[in-house]
Design a protein around this ligand. Structure first.
Ligand code: ZN
Length: 226
């Protein structure tokens, strides 16, 4: 074999090897995507209010907008510590006011699997207390899943936080109405800031983490079932 032919063969061999490694790379990518895309669930957490809209003001001066942002940030932090973190987005990361329609548009644009709006309650009667979980009152694509998730979270929060349960309720809230068509949608009222015990509870940073942990557990349990 003359040297010219040998060089040509070597070049051809190299090209074949290149193609083979390219195909292997493609196969690997298909395997990775095939495995991970179906499992990658997107969760949008919506801390209510923000900026000039403080939401409810507690008997001890705490503001709803801060309580819910603290819980949302604690959920993000705990999620990042998981081996397989969920894909979680917040509608706001800081003390800023976002319109209700922008909050729901984000869930739609991200093709979220779950939309969770976080709030605290207020009443003129300081004895009123407990957790409420709301779902949209109109029948939609994800009504059944939302109701199921609402009962799960309600039970978990009641048992773990030791708060009273005021039940799963149905309402025509804009953030629920505009998201339940695309994904499971819930609004949680964590407790009454007009009640001394509950306002004090949500003044403690360790309670933000504990509440966040139970929400995250609830989300994970739900995702295992869908
Ligand atoms: Zn609110």
């Amino acid at each position: 074999m003359d040297s010219k032919l040998l060089i040509t063969r070597k070049v051809k061999m190299k090209e074949v090897l290149k193609n083979v490694s390219f195909i292997i790379l493609l196969l690997k990518m298909c395997f990775i995507f095939g495995q991970e895309i179906p499992n990658q669930k997107i969760i949008v957490i919506d801390p209510g209010h923000g900026g000039k809209d403080s939401g409810a003001i507690g008997v001890n001066g705490i503001q709803e907008k801060d309580v819910v942002l603290n819980i949302a940030n604690a959920i993000l932090k705990l999620n990042n510590e998981l081996d397989k973190p969920l894909d979680i987005y917040l509608t706001r990361y800081t003390d800023t006011l976002i319109s209700l329609s922008d909050r729901t548009k984000l869930a739609k644009a991200l093709k979220a699997d779950m939309f969770l709006s976080l709030h605290c309650n207020h009443s003129g009667n300081s004895d009123v207390r407990g957790i409420e979980v709301y779902v949209a009152n109109a029948e939609s694509n994800y009504s059944q899943e939302s109701i199921w998730l609402a009962f799960q979270l309600q039970t978990t929060l009641k048992n773990q936080l030791g708060f009273e349960s005021r039940g799963v309720k149905f309402a025509n809230f804009q953030v629920l109405r505009e998201t339940v068509e695309y994904c499971s949608a819930l609004l949680i009222e964590f407790g009454f800031l007009s009640n001394v015990d509950e306002a004090v509870y949500f003044s403690e940073s360790s309670n933000f983490t504990f509440t966040a942990l139970n929400i995250l557990k609830g989300i994970n349990n739900y995702l295992k079932k869908i």
